[in-house]
Structure formats: C-alpha cells, structure tokens
Write a protein that binds this ligand. Structure first.
Ligand code: G3P
Ligand code: MG
Length: 442
C-alpha cells in the first residue's frame, strides 16, 4: 500500500503491515512497517520513519552513483508541526528497547514521547544502531515494529553486519558462520556476496569434519554438497552468534590453518589462511536471563586462544559494529542525509544522543566518536541491560538514566534548556563517574 500523505515526495514509500508483510515484501524499498492498529490511522511515528526511509534510499543512491557526486536533494515540504532538526537520537536495541524478545516496559512510552507526546510537542528524529544480527535489516524492522507497535523503516536500522555489504565485491567465495538455519546465507546473498558457503555445506560434504555434530534433517536438506578440493574460501564472516561453537570453531580453524582457504590443505607456516571478520565484539549481552549471557566477542576471544594453543601463533581478527567508529560514521551520514532531505541543511544534527546499555560498545564508541566528530555525540547509559547499578563502567557515559524513557526525557529537556526554554535539567555532564579508568566493570 502507498501512503495517503499529500506530500508527493512520500508517495513512493510503501506502508506494509508488520503482521502481514514477509521478508520478500521489504526489498526494493523504501518501506515502512506499520503495526496493525495503526495501519489505517495516522501514526505519530509515521513522519520520522518515512523520512529516514527516504534518507537511507538517497544515501544508497549516493554511495552507488558512478561519479560519486553528492545527491542534490530538494527539501521535503513539511506539514505545520515541529520536528527537531538540530538534535537526534540513536538507540541501541538489546537492553535498551528489547530484552529477551520482549519490550522493556518503558520503551513504548519513550517512543511516543519522542514522536510528539512531550511537553514541547516536538518530534525527534531517531535511528537504531544494534550489534545484533543474524537477520536482514528488513526482518529486524519487522520484529521491532510489532514488539513496540511502532512504525519503523528498515532505513532506520544499522546492524553490526550492515557494513559487511561493502566487502561483497572484494571476495568471491566466503564462509558465513552463525545464526539460525539458512538465515545468514540469505543475509549475505542479499548483501551481494556471490558464493556463500556455510558450515552445513562443509559438514554435509564431509560428515567427519565435526565428530560431535550431525546436521538436523532440515539443515541437511538446505546444505549444499560442494567439491572443496577445487574451492578457495577467501574470507570468513561471522554474521551472528554461533549455535555450535565446537563445530564452527573446528571449521574456522581448518580454514585458518589451510593454504589459501583450500580445506584439504595445511599451511606449514600458518599464515596463509583467509581473514576472519566478526559483525561485532560484544563479549556479553542482555537477554531475559537475570545475568548477562556470552556473545560473539566471547567466540572471538575463544577462537584467538584456540588458534594460539594449536599453532603457537597469534591470530588477528577484525570486528565491525559498535564501538567501531565506522558504525558511527555511517550513522552520521544517514542523519546528515535525513537533514538534507527534510530541512535542506547539508550537515548532520549538532547533537546526537546515543542511548545504550553496554559500556564497552555503546558508550565507548559514542565517546570516542565524539572526540573526532564535528557533532556532539552524547552518551547515555541505561540500567536495563548489561550495565548493572552499583558497578563502575570501564567507559563512563556523560549521563546515566534509569531506562530509555528517562533518557529521552533528559535529552529533550537538555535541548530545550540549551535553546533558552524553561527546564529543570542542568546542562552539566552528570554521569556520577569520576575517571575513565576507575574501577572494574563486571
Ligand atoms: O547479539 C546482540 C548483542 O550483542 C547486542 O545487541 O542491540 O545491544 O547492540 P545491541
Ligand atoms: Mg545493548
């Protein structure tokens, strides 16, 4: 369905039901996912979702344009309402908005707040920057739209593995590890990788590769027998958390110790294997369990230790996602494009509030990017995820808030205090932590 919006620039954005849309419907965007009860009615999140969908589309066009010249955008004609143009919000997802697949209690109200239900009647633009993955940006969008009953666009999403799409040109045949079933193969193929091999393909071809792992019936059916004596696997991408650490590490190790990614070979020097990329480096993350659970960064540490134990050599691997600065640069480009499209100003917003729960990724990345950015990237740590009250974060935020609702209220109040409006919130940095290196994070 198309929008009923009177603005011509928005008619090309498709509105899809988050209950009925399937993944295939979401390609060839820009699209916005609409929760069922809002499908026929106007939704407060509508404008921001559509504007971000358009900005992402324009950004993609700019990146893929042959001459690389920046797209000249015509500012979108705006209805008479107030959308903040000088500041924006970036949200982490797990531990901030969602925990164990369920929305955090304050999340829906926080989203309503920034979509205009605040004392100033202002709407604030926002994006989602998650290290999570294993699904396409479109599927993540479907999930979040139904979990928060919110209009969301895939264009508002930056996943840990989003930057991996830029490596599809560089490598012809790659091993893709992690996630459920065939999902990560589908993500990688969607990113343009030409020949994607999974651990399942290797085990189906030669079942004694992993002595303690057998494929399920479904895995066996989906996996593809290949002649690996003729295939060079040029790179290894860990797209999502491994569901079988032992089997996946065995296969990665075989490749790392091979000559040029040929599975049936062994290097004598152990420096001829393919590179390994991880979509992020979170050692732990927040789920429904009361204590944090180990994540992809733990697999990375384990693999590096294993490689050292077996070969005696150090293994150097590469991680994307937060806190890597490229993630924040990408977010900046998206926000700049949004501002150019909507307000005709070719600069990112002056201040971006990043709301996260993990000091090592969200807060570290925001603080370090703030040091090199022209915009003010302001880190807010919430207490609903990895960070536990009473501990001292290794990377202290500028502000600590109870939850995402407190965080967005703080950000909006701070902005209005800056512009001279009434406010009870001090502009001072107020994290309560004294030193960047103080104490131990647990
Ligand atoms: O596996 C996902 C997790 O490590 C973090 O996701 O949304 O908190 O960045 P998020
Ligand atoms: Mg998180």
């Amino acid at each position: 369905m198309t929008t009923a919006d009177s603005l011509g620039t928005r008619r090309s954005v498709r509105r899809l039901s988050s209950l009925e849309a399937c993944r295939a419907d979401l390609y060839g965007g820009p699209n916005v996912l609409v929760p069922p009860r809002h499908l026929m009615a106007s939704s407060e999140a509508h404008d921001i979702a559509i504007e971000m969908a358009m900005a992402k589309q324009h950004l993609d066009e700019e990146i893929s344009s042959e001459d690389g010249s920046p797209r000249v955008a015509t500012p979108i004609e705006r209805p008479p309402q107030t959308t903040a143009d000088d500041f924006a919000l970036a949200f982490d997802i797990d531990g901030v908005l969602i925990r164990g697949g369920e929305p955090i209690p304050e999340a829906a109200e926080a989203m309503r707040y920034i979509n205009g239900e605040n004392p100033y009647g202002v709407k604030v633009p926002y994006i989602f920057v998650t290290n999570g993955g294993g699904k396409t940006e479109e599927e993540r969008c479907l999930d979040l739209s139904s979990q928060l009953a919110l209009e969301v666009s895939p264009g508002q999403f930056i996943c840990g593995h989003t930057p991996m799409r830029e490596m599809a040109e560089k490598f012809d045949t790659v091993l893709v590890v992690g996630g459920v079933g065939e999902k990560c193969r589908i993500v990688a193929e969607g990113y343009g990788f030409k020949d994607v091999i999974t651990p399942g393909d290797i085990i189906k071809t030669r079942h004694d590769t992993t002595p303690f792992r057998s494929l399920t019936k479904e895995e066996y059916q989906n996996s593809r027998v290949r002649d690996f004596s003729k295939i060079n696997i040029e790179a290894i991408f860990v797209f999502a958390d491994s569901r079988d650490w032992a089997g996946d590490q065995q296969i990665i190790l075989d490749l790392l110790m091979s000559k040029n990614g040929r599975l049936d070979t062994r290097s004598e020097t152990f420096d001829e294997g393919p590179p390994v990329f991880f979509s992020h480096n979170d050692v732990v993350w927040s789920t429904s369990h009361e204590h944090v659970r180990i994540g992809m960064g733990a697999l990375r540490a384990s693999l590096e230790a294993l490689y050292k134990a077996v070969t005696g050599k150090d293994l150097s691997t590469i991680a994307f996602g937060k806190p890597q600065l490229g993630t924040y640069q990408f977010a900046t480009r998206l926000l700049r494009q949004w501002r150019k499209d909507t307000h005709g100003i070719n600069r990112p917003p002056s201040t971006v509030y990043f709301v996260g729960d993990t000091p090592e990724s969200d807060i570290r990345g925001t603080n370090e990017f703030n040091d090199i950015s022209d915009s003010d990237w302001y880190s807010i740590l919430v207490k609903t995820g990895v960070y536990q009250e009473g501990t001292i974060p290794r990377y202290p935020p500028k502000k600590v808030c109870q939850n995402v609702l407190d965080a967005v209220q703080f950000a909006v109040e701070r902005e209005f205090a800056k512009s001279g409006n009434e406010s009870a919130i001090s502009d001072d940095i107020d994290s309560g932590f004294v030193s960047e290196s103080a104490g131990v994070y647990n």
